[in-house]
Design a binder for this molecule. Structure first.
Ligand code: SAH
Length: 395
């Protein structure tokens, strides 16, 4: 069994139960551990701190599996911890009409690098670290045992795998290949999910609660849904009685899925305008034509994939929020998001406040929004809080 000994003082974050050991914190590695192998993490005096998975290619060199010396990392460990994560979801969403949710949220569920999303009776998994990859078969077996899933599909094609020197891998992992499109129920509305090609594992499950808020505010309003993807906000806006919705996405496939999702929910396309465009350009075009809306949703992709992109991301967020403020009628509502982990909620609020100032509008925050509760944030792992949003009313 290999071990990793830390430099003096570098045990502090681990003592606070933060699950990452950066390469720069390590004094000595013993036993030449291979990719994903379990290592013992020791402080500078040789005291046990944790068991973790070794990632030789990554700056995050070790991710902690367990803080308990008596634990053994193996099939039983994963059965127990995956079971606990799945159990913790019970009762969260039961009362709502929803059959698609995140069952395992990586570090925040004590399982670094492991993502499991349930879409009806299909599970979609991502192994995002060397450690998760090492235990792939054990994790798949445990999931079959713990759920009534008919198939498990792997979507290990996330960018972060590159940092771990892991190749992309997608395909059926257990059971038959899932259907090309799975119909899920989310808060009583139906959505088609393409687990083969869709973004992330197929659907932005993290926005479930925030879509309900838009639905509750939609009645009679003229709505602009920017970055609409498969129509999560759009479908909710119409279900909530919107007078009209203009929805924009750069991807024609996404817009087609959005159109199908409207039909699937028996919603009329009569007052819907689906536009394939770049949102930055479209908003400028609307401004030049003096168009106005009552409610605007801005749900862009991650502008800051890493910390080094934060300044550039901030400019992007400011730009679209400034334009959106200009397009709102007096009393209008802006529902604006960032899913960049590096832009925290307070920085995001500052960026949006700067945009309002430059747009010359006075505004107030009605709600602070976050990712849904099936994407919990470990208290010792603030990095887990990646999605933040604001609902803002302009005067
Ligand atoms: N609101 C969606 C999720 C949005 S994901 C939901 O609730 O499910 C971000 C979307 O932005 C993707 O569909 C992507 O195709 C689109 N996109 C990325 N850059 C864009 C741009 N510059 N202009 C328009 N759409 C863009």
């Amino acid at each position: 069994m290999g071990s990793v000994r830390l430099l003096p003082g570098r045990e502090k974050s681990l003592l606070r139960r933060h699950p990452w050991v950066f390469a720069g914190a390590i004094d000595q590695v013993k036993g030449s551990p291979t990719d994903g192998e379990t290592v013992e993490v020791l402080d500078s005096r040789g005291n046990f701190l944790a068991w973790g998975a070794y990632s030789p290619a990554s700056q995050i060199r070790v991710r902690v599996w367990s803080w308990l010396r008596e634990d053994q990392i193996g099939a039983d460990f994963f059965l127990q911890h995956l079971g606990a994560a799945i159990q913790a979801r019970q009762g969260l969403l039961m009362e709502r009409e929803t059959n698609a949710l995140r069952l395992v949220h990586a570090e925040s569920d004590g399982l670094p690098g492991v993502i499991v999303d349930r879409y009806a009776d299909t599970l979609v998994v991502q192994f995002l670290s060397s450690g998760a990859e090492r235990w792939r078969e054990e994790i798949a077996d445990a999931l079959l045992q713990l759920t009534d899933a008919r198939c498990i599909y792997e979507r290990s094609d996330a960018e972060v795998r590159r940092l771990e020197n892991l190749p992309e891998r997608c395909g059926p992992l257990r059971g038959d290949a899932p259907p090309r499109q799975i119909t899920i129920l989310e808060n009583g509305l139906r959505f088609l999910v393409d687990v083969y090609q869709g973004h992330k594992t197929g659907h932005y499950l993290d926005q479930r609660n925030n879509r309900r808020i838009v639905r509750a505010m939609a009645q009679g309003r003229h709505i602009l849904d920017c970055f609409c993807y498969s129509g999560g906000f759009l479908v909710n806006a119409l279900a909530g009685g919107a007078a009209s919705v203009t929805a924009i996405d750069a991807s024609q496939d996404a817009l087609e899925l959005a159109r199908q999702n409207l039909l699937l929910n028996q919603l009329s396309l009569a007052n819907v305008d689906l536009q394939q465009a770049d949102v930055f350009q479209a908003l400028r075009g609307f401004r030049d034509r003096a168009l106005r809306f009552d409610l605007i949703v801005l749900d862009p992709p991650k502008f800051a994939p890493t910390a080094s992109h934060i300044a550039q991301a901030a400019r992007g967020y400011k730009d679209i929020n400034l334009l959106a403020f200009k397009l709102l009628r007096p009393g209008g509502i802006l529902v604006t998001f960032s899913c960049s982990a590096g832009v925290d909620a307070s920085l995001f609020q500052k960026i949006v406040a700067g945009a309002a100032l430059d747009a010359g509008v006075e505004a107030q925050i009605l709600y602070w929004l976050f990712q849904a509760e099936d994407h919990p944030v470990g208290l010792a792992f603030p990095e887990g809080a990646y999605l933040k949003g604001l609902v803002i009313r302009v005067k």
